[in-house]
Design a protein around this ligand. Structure first.
Ligand code: PGA
Length: 248
């Protein structure tokens, strides 16, 4: 695992944008799994401002709410169009956002030949995509019930309207099949979840701990998100807070 700790959230965005730019320069048709939370937004914007032509990439979203009308602004389909595909110039035919059954999500990912690089956020409760605590490490794409903490954390875009109770999400087993993972976290609110995911037992109690099972993982954190890692062995021995052995 490659853990990069940087000073500010902007540095996290720039680092991730540079990493993705390098990969797209090598493969303009890269299949990028995109997380749709607040954390990666600055990285998507940095990529849109950059000089690399992103219009050939294929995009696969992690998850989607169940029951929202098409085009609902809080849907992840709308997020991907507004924040990623639109600004990057990626045509709709190159975008997959989960909908329907889990089997359908699996089939569409398989049709793309799998995901080359999967960007991931982490929930305060350790969720990975919408795999909430208790999710099996080999779970496949499926419809899931959202936890109360997730519904609270995601309430803002709904502007006071009820947050959906269910979502269709890639499973943990699905995510682990991506050829590379990039986990991003910023802010002290994520510190405990990050420490549990990276240094705790691999367990359904912390779905994000599944990243420890993947051979090619880059974790990009700002200092507050990394603050609970001190003393847990992961960063010790490094000459600075930046532990970087590029894998991707
Ligand atoms: P966030 O979401 O980036 O909006 O914090 C991450 C997540 O809940 O997985």
């Amino acid at each position: 695992m490659d853990v990069v700790v940087l000073d500010r959230p902007e540095d996290v965005a720039d680092h991730v944008a540079a990493l993705i730019s390098r990969l797209v320069e090598r493969d303009p048709r890269l299949v990028i799994g995109v997380a749709t939370g607040g954390t990666p937004l600055p990285a998507y914007r940095a990529l849109a401002r950059g000089s690399v032509d992103l219009s050939g990439v294929r995009l696969v979203a992690l998850d989607e709410y169940v029951g929202l009308p098409p085009g609902h602004p809080a849907s992840y389909a709308a997020y991907v169009e507004r924040e990623i595909a639109g600004p990057w110039g990626v045509p709709a035919a190159q975008v997959v956002v989960p909908q329907g059954s889990g089997d359908d999500v699996e089939r569409r990912i398989a049709e793309l030949g799998g995901v080359d690089v999967q960007l991931l956020g982490i929930g305060r409760n350790g969720h990975l995509a919408f795999n909430e605590p208790g999710s099996a490490m080999d779970s496949r794409a499926r419809v899931v019930a959202l936890s109360e903490s997730t519904r609270q954390d995601n309430a803002a875009p709904f502007g006071g309207a009820a947050v959906p109770t269910h979502a269709v999400t890639q499973g943990i087993g699905t995510l682990l099949e991506a050829r590379g993972l990039v986990l991003l976290a910023t802010g002290v609110a994520k510190a405990d979840a990050v420490a549990a995911a990276l240094t705790g037992p691999v367990s359904p109690d912390c779905p994000a701990s599944a990243v420890q099972r993947h051979p090619r993982v880059t974790v990009v954190l700002d200092r507050p998100a990394a603050s609970a890692l001190a003393g847990r062995g992961l960063l010790e021995g490094a000459s600075s807070q930046r532990v970087h052995h590029p894998q991707l």
